[in-house]
Design a protein around this ligand. Sequence first.
Ligand code: NAI
Length: 393
Amino acid sequence: ASAIKRGLSSSASATPRMLNGRTLAPTVNHSGNAGMKILAVLYKGGEAAKQEPRLLGTVENQLGIRSWLESQGHEYIVTDDKEGPNSVFQQHIKDAEVLITTPFHPGYLTRELVDKAKNLKVCVTAGVGSDHIDLDAAVERDIQVLEVTGSNVTSVAEHVMMNILLLVRNFVPAHEMIERGEWRVSDIARNAFDLEGKVIGTLGAGRIGRLVLERLRPFNPKELLYYDYNPLPADAAAKVGARRVEDLKDFVSQCDIVTVNAPLHEGTKGLINADLLKHFKKGAYLVNTARGAICNTEDVAAALKSGQLNGYAGDVWDVQPAPKDHPWRYMKNPLGGGNGMTPHYSGTTLDAQARYAAGTKQILENYFQGKAQEPANIIVGVGKYESKSYGQR
Ligand code: NAI
């Protein structure tokens, strides 16, 4: 058996595989080393993770796969130490075969680190969103990038709904007033509205964008819009009743509320900047649970301060963890509200963690056994992008 294992090719399998009549994307077989090094960069859970074993995506609970991996002879390194050349991440990436990361505490796999990672064959994102990996460099090196597609889309869509409602209804200042022991209804009501009758648009209408549109319908919006270079399939468009707007400035100028649900790539980085913000309706709301760097940090803070935006909410930041002096922590609209920022947690509810931990294990199992990966999970296959979500190529 070990001879057969050693014989497994480390490059793409030559013949396309079939599953239920579908042709599956090529997959990489593992190196054949029973004792391969698997490196995971996860966030620190501290006392919370000791008390709550369902916090699976933490350094302490290790996605629940340590004994499973070790029983197969693999070495499993888990860390949250990811910055700088002497960090555990940057030391062990040099000979790891598999890298597991999470968007919540991203181990940034830059091109420079890809060059150092001589043995790396597979990157698994425990969650959704693989922009912290230099995907072009992965393509060039035949490193597969896989994610647990769909694992937390409901979690994020629910968070988007919460963010929209808390901004429109001016919830955060109202709650803070209560904590201060005060009671001045007019100070809150002067900037509180109903969601009903508003025009709401999603920038990006993939899995999350579509779920958001579905969840918005019962609120009786005036209209639902979307902006995406991939049009919604006809059945999905009919189900959500959303109108596509093909020009971005035209799109934002029609929306009372914009929700961002596109991945971060070269076509979305800094897309929402001072120039585009000028085209938003005065006093519009912006919700971004996709990636912080899609919005220009300073430009958003200035737009909120001037009242061009009445609110900004989300859980994603251009650098994570966000530094203490990050302007998005403290920015406010002219009435002292309009900030719904949280740490990055919308896609890491306990329900989501159960799903992405199980999905990560399944991806690893497929890899160990040389089985094809689920096509929807393949962002970068062998030497090429498989996903159409990371820019038009
Ligand atoms: P998806 O791949 O199903 O959909 C993404 C959509 O964005 C696609 O329809 C794509 O065509 C569109 N898109 C890409 N570039 C665009 C552009 N320049 N303009 C307009 N549309 C564009 O991905 P899914 O599952 O909906 O997730 C979207 C993103 O949400 C992820 O890539 C990730 O960055 C973020 N996310 C955030 C989480 C959190 O915890 N805050 C958790 C999960 C995902």
